[in-house]
Design a protein around this ligand. Structure first.
Ligand code: ADP
Ligand code: MP5
Length: 269
């Protein structure tokens, strides 16, 4: 049997993050990737210059086309942009019982461009996050979701607990935006136990798409039947290796190297 995963996310014209990173990650994990596009971004390694939303009806129609015919074993959400798209995604996820769902609460790009409207944060938190098997905020997203500043490992743990209270089955607070050694450290909380997932810090500026890749890898591992924490550990290990083989392209933050074993001249970036 071929496992199928779904990504509901935005397009990154530069190919480093968003739908493009998700589909490469699914392919690496030998999972068939289906995709629901929410918006296009004109984007490269330096930043985002334009964002265009798809009509909510177009988002809904893509979901229907996939689930009515193909079916999915797991899904993830990425950039959802605005309240109308979030509401549409919530309706579709509930109607078709799409699960397990990984929610990557994408809000700001690596280069600081806002990817989610201010008035959509509460909507994401109250309507979509409770449907998640795992929600994966980075430092800034965690701060916006729970209203506290994250500076230490203890802060990451407290934030994970606060975000868990919004209703997801588990929370992974990611450390890519944290200072020092915490940069490679993520905190898992499932309501029962905390786990600190540590990886050595990879010294590269080519880190575009790390969060998208991580959440897509978790979804791919879910599609393959992994238990949640096992899926997350394997996904983190994949992202660390992909970061080590990041691509030194463009003048800004290059993308992680999704197909590192196949790269003839894979460098550390
Ligand atoms: N320089 C780095 N070295 C090692 N791991 C990293 C580094 N930067 C990010 N990560 C890891 O990549 C994953 C994505 O995290 P993060 O970069 O915070 O997400 P986002 O792209 O959403 O901001 C996490 O597992 C994080 O620990
Ligand atoms: C379409 C899209 N989705 C998500 C991100 C976040 O990715 P990153 O945090 O690596 O910039 C992005 N930049 N663009």
């Amino acid at each position: 049997m071929v496992e199928v995963a779904l990504t509901i996310a935005g397009s990154d014209s530069g190919g480093g993050a968003g739908i493009q990173a998700d589909l490469r990650t699914f392919a690496f994990h030998c999972v068939h990737g289906t995709s629901v596009l929410t918006c296009t971004t004109a984007q490269n390694t330096l930043g985002v210059t334009r964002v265009d939303a798809l009509p909510p009806a177009a988002v809904a129609a893509q979901v229907v086309a996939i689930v009515e015919d193909i079916g999915v074993q797991a899904a993830k959400t990425g950039m959802l942009l605005n309240r109308d798209i979030i509401a549409t995604v919530v309706t579709q996820v509930e109607q078709w019982a799409i699960a397990p769902l990984v929610v990557d609460p994408v809000m700001v790009s690596r280069a600081g461009h806002q990817l989610l409207a201010d008035d959509a944060i509460a909507c994401l938190r109250d309507l979509l996050v409770p449907l998640a098997a795992v929600v994966t905020p980075n430092r800034y997203e965690a701060q916006l979701l729970c209203g506290m500043e994250l500076k230490t490992l203890g802060d990451m743990q407290q934030a994970a607990k606060l975000i868990h209270a919004f209703g997801p089955r588990a929370v992974l607070v990611k450390g890519g935006g944290m200072p020092g050694a915490l940069r490679g450290t993520d905190v898992w909380f499932d309501g029962d136990r905390f786990e600190v997932l540590q990886a050595p810090v990879v010294p590269t500026r080519n880190n575009h798409g790390t969060g998208c890749t991580l959440s897509a890898a978790i979804a791919a591992n879910f599609a393959r039947g992994y238990e949640p924490l096992t899926a997350v550990r394997a996904a983190k290990s994949y992202v660390t290796t992909a970061l080590k083989h990041a691509l030194d392209i463009g003048r800004g933050n290059g993308p992680v190297g999704h197909f590192f074993p196949l790269l003839p001249n894979a460098g550390a970036g």
